[in-house]
Design a protein around this ligand. Structure first.
Ligand SMILES: Cc1cc2nc3c(=O)[nH]c(=O)nc-3n(C[C@H](O)[C@H](O)[C@H](O)COP(=O)(O)OP(=O)(O)OC[C@H]3O[C@@H](n4cnc5c(N)ncnc54)[C@H](O)[C@@H]3O)c2cc1C
Length: 518
């Protein structure tokens, strides 16, 4: 650590290392310095410093993002590493709790603190004693369940992260009640959901300056979106988040997970097509893993001790469906599980070899699913030893016009026609995102994989789906965004950038290259 600027509490700079310049996409960037402000005041000072000198400022959480959104393309980096921990707990009028945290607090820390029902406050316990009483009374949870636990809350908000549970709970957006954000003028602003912000009426006017009618649909915002929703999923392009208020819910009494194995993809597809309608109230997640995904987990098992505690899929399993169920009572969840298992058996699933897990044991199922992208990143690193230019090519689009069986049939037909292999998995219950990952070994395969992805994105667009549902555009998908996204979507994002960050201060290079920027 060294002090970059004398006085004013600027002891917040750290020597840049190679890993500070990359994220999990493996894209590498460059920057002058990395700053770690420890307070909102320091962060605001930093923003003003960069704005005043025309320096770009790239925000970083834990750099687990998959599209290079936190990779700096010049300028300075601001890390939320020293802006961590919870800062407040409140009781809402509806009896639920809200927890205020700083952006560097990680999902793993949040889950740990909720499990033990205790927070390590920096000073005396804040807030209303009634809120602390409610916390002690019963278990609580934050519904979004992205599987990368080291991710920070700032990063999760900025990517509008999802997870298997998005089927029932949607993305993180629904579970964030407020944000504090430093805008390009260096001033922090507070945004509260329900405060009647101008975006709720379709106009965005912040801060001083022209206001604009925004095309909410083109921005992929849910009906009723408000001003804070611009920053949720904004990939750090519009401001620096310094605080988030999370909505907590009482943890359901009964949670079950099922791992259902099938001897072929068509059986799994037939099951997936009907599963969603069978237990709509209890079903929280419906995930698919194909044979190549199962093989990837098996590979990682030799390296990861935690994974070895999980049994191997049965011999002959060619496809796996993971189901998660939640209900108020064990009887309800058991009834839902019975319906789904009967349907799986009718579709050719092997029930004798399936797994059923309850409560905390379900972590094993999540670990298994999380091992797929982990394993693919491991393979990518092997390939990059031979060719450091190789990056993963993968999609996270939704196809609302297709049933899961139709989507899988389309993937297989296109892959066969292109003579390519891919790993197919995804949160299929909500129509996606479908994660199709290629690890192209040479330029020929890379071009063909990119071409397939291009077609699939256009198909998503034609079906009214999302082209970049879970991970965003960042830098590695900027060309696909430019080529495949609807003109109305591109101009809607450009308009927001022009209002909030006309000087191009925040996260230069995300979504728009310099020449396409505002
Ligand atoms: C193995 C694996 C599994 C994954 N599984 C999932 C999954 O299930 N679901 C999912 O959605 N994603 C998943 N991801 C992707 C990744 O974990 C998420 O994108 C996560 O939200 C990134 O958080 P982070 O703290 O690492 O952010 P970073 O990667 O550091 O940054 C991501 C974006 O957030 C911005 N940002 C960070 N902090 C701030 C701030 N304070 N203010 C403004 N902008 C900020 C950055 O500028 C960047 O644009 C997975 C990744 C891996 C490697």
């Amino acid at each position: 650590m060294f002090k970059m600027v004398a006085g004013g509490g600027w002891a917040m700079f750290k020597d840049l290392t190679v890993s500070d310049l990359r994220d999990e996409s493996r894209l590498a960037g460059w920057a002058e310095v990395l700053a770690r402000p420890a307070s909102e005041t320091e962060a605001a000072e930093l923003v003003r410093h960069c704005a005043g000198r025309g320096l770009g400022l790239t925000a970083q959480g834990a750099r687990t993002g998959l599209v290079g959104a936190a990779v700096p393309f010049g300028g300075w980096v601001v890390s939320s590493g020293a802006l961590a921990g919870p800062t407040g707990l409140g009781l809402r009028p509806d009896g639920n709790l809200e927890l205020t945290v700083r952006p560097g607090y990680s999902l793993a820390e949040l889950r740990r603190d909720l499990n033990r029902r205790r927070f390590d406050w920096a000073g005396p316990p804040p807030g209303d004693p009634r809120a602390r009483g409610a916390l002690a009374e019963r278990p609580w949870f934050w519904p979004p369940d992205p599987s990368q636990e080291t991710a920070t809350l700032g990063g999760l908000a900025s990517t509008k992260a999802g997870g298997p549970g998005a089927l029932k709970f949607g993305s993180v957006a629904r579970h964030i009640a407020g944000l504090r954000v430093i805008l390009a003028d260096g001033r922090p602003r507070e945004f509260r959901r329900g405060a009647g912000s101008s975006l709720a009426r379709g106009r965005l006017k912040m801060p001083a300056g022209p206001s604009l009618d925004l095309n909410q649909a083109a921005l992929g915002l849910d009906p009723g979106a408000e001003a804070l929703d611009i920053f949720i999923g904004g990939q750090g392009m519009f401001g620096l988040i310094t605080e988030l208020t999370l909505l907590l819910r009482p943890r359901p009494a009964a949670t079950w997970g099922l791992a259902l194995f099938f001897g072929d993809e068509s059986g799994a597809a037939a099951f997936l097509d009907q599963a969603r309608g069978l237990a709509p109230d209890a079903l929280t997640a419906l995930d698919y893993l194909d044979e190549a995904a199962l093989a990837a987990v098996a590979e990682l098992k030799n390296l990861a001790a935690k994974l070895r505690e999980i049994p191997d899929p049965p011999a002959g399993a060619r496809a796996m469906v993971q189901v998660e169920l939640q209900a108020g009572t064990e009887a309800e969840v058991e009834e839902a599980a019975g319906l789904l298992m009967a349907a799986a058996e009718a579709a050719g699933g092997d029930l004798d070899q399936s797994w059923a897990l309850a409560g905390d044991e379900m972590e094993k199922l999540r670990l298994f699913r999380h091992a797929v992208p982990e394993a693919l990143n491991g393979r990518l690193d092997q390939l990059r030893l031979k060719d450091p230019e190789v990056l993963k090519t993968g999609g996270d689009m939704t196809w609302p016009g297709f049933t899961p069986a139709e989507a899988l049939a389309r993937f297989r037909a296109d892959l066969a026609a292109a003579g390519l292999a891919a790993v197919v998995f995804g949160h299929v219950g909500a129509g996606g995102p479908w994660h199709v990952n290629f690890l192209p070994e040479d330029e020929y395969q890379r071009t063909r994989a990119r071409g397939l992805l291009w077609n699939w994105l256009l198909l998503a667009r034609a079906q009214g789906g999302r082209l970049f549902q879970e991970h965003g555009v960042g830098k590695t998908k900027r060309d696909l965004f430019q080529a495949c996204e609807a003109p109305a979507v591109k101009s809607a994002w450009r308009a927001v950038k022009a209002i909030l960050d006309p000087g191009g201060l925040f996260n230069p290079g995300n979504m728009f290259a310099g020449e396409d920027g505002p």
